[in-house]
Design a protein around this ligand. Structure first.
Ligand SMILES: O=C[C@H](O)[C@H](O)COP(=O)(O)O
Ligand SMILES: C=C(OP(=O)(O)O)C(=O)O
Length: 409
């Protein structure tokens, strides 16, 4: 059926709005495109598909290729060594070959490069001091999965002002990772967008798939090709079974849609990732960090996986999120509870996750100039002073556990 005159008029009107929008965006956002890419034209206009496709797409802003970003901000030799060694150490702790506790600690999200470096300097010093008992890795989270809407993290919106300069966010995130690694501390992150790992995953030693994505085939496939250990959170409704299914799925080979390092669409074939495990993060129904929940999670894992692996050895417990009701005071109690249980040699606790920043609590997300320094703009975090004390308590707990084992043998 031919479009009516009024439909044609509306299409022309929509196309004019899109073109004007594109033009003003390019004019306005020079720094959005730091690698000087030329914008794509409205291809659908040229091939006569304008009434059919991209009806609700305002802009397709080209991103640099992963190779261009990796080459413009390369890992140095110290960082390469740290990443290779820390991935192996994490694997050894998760499998029980190394008797330390894995501690993934740091801000809920990164929004300020200066504060991230400041935090990494502090954590780098404690990491060294406590390395005999704790394997400390910094949370360097750039992508935030939201329950509904909200700031989606530094890669998506680096200026926290709704301008969504992803080009800038990618380079900034990578620079922050290099700064963190320069403090001799390995980095952990959540992988959210299926193509963003090509830009940063070389700098990551441990990855997470969040509670909102744990049942997603796309994320399970992604994890199957990642080069580092990956933890899957239990679902927001508390299901641990889906996280175990994720581990099983990610351990297998897959072929799926992705991009290569030149940024070209690619059929990605993966080997499978044997270094996956479950993270207990509590749920909308309450916490699951207690001994019975750990035991139950491992029971489900053993029922579904018939061979010994990292996932059957133990879980990582997230002291924040559903386990603390996102309350930093409660998070301190949860960490103390876990420290006590580690000291008492409770089996199955391979690691702990803590949301911590320089100042405790959180504040509303806003552009950097309007923010209090060193305070979270997403979930509430434990202050640095409390974190420092808790890391020492966790270290003492691991030492006590080791002493018990030595006495027994
Ligand atoms: O870790 C951060 C948050 O818990 C997660 O992004 C969800 O946040 P929201 O419920 O405020 O959207
Ligand atoms: C979003 C996070 O956690 P979860 O997926 O458990 O909500 C997080 O760790 O930042």
């Amino acid at each position: 059926m031919n479009p009516s005159a009024s439909e044609l008029e509306r299409d022309a009107h929509d196309a004019a709005i899109r073109r004007e929008y594109l033009h003003t965006q390019i004019e306005k956002n020079h720094d959005k495109n730091p690698l000087n890419l030329t914008s794509v034209s409205r291809w659908e206009d040229e091939v006569g598909l304008a009434p059919i496709i991209n009806r609700r797409v305002l802009e397709l802003d080209p991103l640099p290729s992963p190779a261009a970003v990796l080459q413009s901000l390369p890992l140095n030799d110290q960082a390469r060594k740290l990443i290779v060694e820390s991935r192996e150490e994490i694997r050894a702790v998760l499998s029980g070959e190394d008797d330390r506790l894995l501690v993934i600690v740091g801000p809920c999200s990164i929004h300020d490069p200066q504060a991230a470096l400041d935090y990494a300097q502090r954590l780098g010093r404690v990491r060294k001091e406590l390395e005999e008992n704790l394997l400390i890795v910094m949370r360097v989270y750039f992508e935030k999965p939201r329950t509904t809407i909200g700031w989606k993290g530094l890669i998506n919106d680096p200026d926290v002002d709704g301008t969504h300069k992803i080009n800038k966010g990618l380079l900034l995130a990578r620079q922050i990772l290099l700064d963190v690694l320069s403090q001799d501390i390995a980095a952990a992150t959540e992988f959210l967008e299926p193509t963003s790992p090509q830009y940063i995953s070389d700098a990551i030693s441990w990855g997470a798939i969040g509670a909102r994505n744990t049942e997603s085939q796309v994320h399970r496939q992604l994890a199957s090709g990642l080069s580092m250990p990956v933890g899957f959170k239990n679902a927001t409704d508390g299901s641990v079974s889906v996280a175990v299914d994720s581990v099983i799925t990610a351990m297998q080979e897959h072929t799926f849609f992705g991009i290569d390092h030149q940024g070209r669409a690619a059929a990605v074939e993966t080997l499978g990732n044997p270094d996956c495990h479950v993270i207990l993060r509590g749920s909308i129904h309450g916490p699951n960090y207690d001994a019975q929940s750990v035991e139950q999670a491992l029971k489900i894992t053993h029922e579904k996986i018939d061979h010994e692996c990292i996932a059957t050895h133990g879980v990582v417990i997230d002291a924040s999120h559903g386990n603390s009701g996102k309350d930093e005071v409660q998070q301190v109690r949860v960490v103390r509870n876990i420290a006590q249980r580690v000291a008492e040699d409770e089996p199955g606790i391979s690691g702990i996750m803590i949301e911590s920043f320089i100042k405790g609590g959180n504040q509303e997300a806003a552009p950097l100039s309007q923010l209090e320094y060193g305070k979270s703009i997403t979930d509430k975090c434990i202050s640095w002073d409390d974190t420092h004390a808790l890391l020492h308590e966790l270290s003492d707990a691991v030492q006590k556990r080791r002493d018990t084992h030595t006495l027994r043998s």
